[in-house]
Write a protein that binds this ligand. Structure first.
Ligand code: ADP
Length: 410
């Protein structure tokens, strides 16, 4: 008023919780972006290291192979290094493809009968060898086998199940300097429980929270970085979930780690037919009375197939295009089987197969593709192919596929 006394108060209040919330979200988004950026940089550095290491040994040892005066032992040793480097690179590429498939929701599992004991024994041989190669023979590898009620054959995705176990075992080997690595499986109710337990460096509580996420590793101060890309466990977890289960880890620093996963126990009862199907292929096949047509445009791929099949004595014809394969099949009566590359320069392998089958349905055609995409097998069958193998073709797989047809022909 005129005397200067207050006669009222005007208060304005504004609700800023929205603004606060937006600000908080902004801070979180910024932190996330910075974290992603850090991860990307670390991932690229790791990836570069993971590619260079095997690449160096492939290039280095191939150069050494050209030297004169090498003893057969030297050569065998160099070739072992080159092979090992190539396998390491291939498994890295497989991991990257798997992660891409997971992101695209395209990683699939296919179930078939599989003998778990055989898988466990195979894993033993490979990882005992790995320990030796890494100079860790003193670390004990222990396989605990639980006899399943009934047979050890279960319905699962053999390739993917083995991939998960391999990943856990390779990690155990990597992070264990002394003591032991114990692995196995047991039946728990309706589930199969697989485990890999080591006495290695263990994992920090922070690490436990993130290691199943892609690119994430337990980077602890004072612990030597062991390489790797941080993809293996992310892929493993996804596969286990696709198989209907879940994966867990318990560990603390210096106390080793226990990774275990469960998947539904689908017992499978073998029939006589399955046993025949699962027989081991030997390298003593005699197919000297047979003729194979290899349709392959890439020289190095053809050379591999030729070397792989040499010891079977099979007669080999080769063409480099789809059209030629059709011409030769329709005009030459000697062809017992066709190994058809799908990706050809002119007519693709599926179209060529369709044309061959239209006139000569009795000639078995095995498709080979480099795609390994879901649905590829289905596509090849629709095109009329009798079987399908994906590149890089493993020798045993190739021989098994061919034997399935050639040994049954009269
Ligand atoms: P990579 O081994 O290529 O880094 P993984 O996804 O397989 O990728 O593993 C992620 C991380 O989890 C590893 O880098 C390591 O820090 C931790 N880890 C996995 N297995 C073990 C183990 N057996 N012992 C200790 N740490 C492990």
């Amino acid at each position: 008023d005129s005397a200067g006394n207050p006669i009222g108060i005007v208060a304005i209040s504004r609700d800023i919780s929205d603004k606060e919330e937006i600000q908080q979200k902004y801070i979180e988004a910024k932190e996330k972006a910075e974290e992603a950026d850090r991860l990307k940089t670390a991932f690229l550095a790791n990836m570069s290291h993971e590619i260079r290491t095997p690449m160096n040994s492939i290039i280095g040892f191939s150069n050494l192979l050209t030297e004169e005066d090498l003893t057969p032992e030297d050569k065998a040793e160099f070739i072992r290094h080159i092979n090992h480097g190539s396998e390491t690179l291939l498994s890295l590429i497989d991991d990257i493809i798997d992660i891409a498939k997971i992101e695209a929701g395209q990683l699939m599992v296919t179930f078939e009968p599989y003998n778990l004991r055989e898988m466990m024994d195979e894993l033993y041989v490979t990882h005992a060898e790995l320990l030796k190669r890494k100079g860790k023979d003193h670390v004990k590898l222990i396989l605990e086998k639980d006899q399943l009620p009934g047979s050890d054959v279960v319905l699962t995705d053999p390739f993917r199940l083995k991939q998960v176990m391999t990943n856990l075992l390779v990690n155990a080997v990597k992070f264990t300097e002394k003591g032991s690595i114990t692995y196995g499986y047991k039946v728990t109710g309706d589930f199969l429980n697989f485990y890999v337990k080591d006495t290695g460096i263990g994992i920090s509580p922070e690490g436990l929270k993130v290691i199943f996420e892609r690119f994430r590793q337990d980077n602890r101060y004072g612990i030597k970085h062991q390489g790797g890309t941080g993809l293996g466990l992310a892929i493993s977890r996804h596969i286990v979930q696709l198989l209907g289960g879940d994966i867990t880890v318990t560990s603390s620093p210096g106390e080793g780690a226990l990774f275990s996963f469960i998947i539904p126990y689908n017992a499978y009862h073998e029939t006589v037919k399955d046993k025949r199907k699962g027989r081991d292929s030997t390298f003593n096949m005699d197919w000297s009375a047979k003729t194979i047509l290899v349709v392959e445009d890439v020289e190095s791929h053809y050379n591999y197939i030729r070397s792989a099949l040499m010891r079977t004595g099979i007669n080999m014809l080769r063409v480099t295009s789809g059209q030629e394969s059709v011409d030769i099949c329709l005009n030459d009566h000697q062809i017992d089987i066709v190994l058809m590359d799908v990706n050809l320069p002119d007519m693709d392998g599926y179209t060529a197969t369709g044309k061959i089958k239209a006139h000569k349905p009795e000639i078995p055609v095995i498709a080979q593709t480099a795609y390994n995409q879901p649905g590829e097998e289905e596509r090849s069958r629709k095109a009329g192919c009798d079987a399908y193998i994906s590149k890089p073709v493993k020798l045993k797989e190739l021989l098994d596929a061919l034997a399935g047809f050639l040994d049954n022909q009269t």
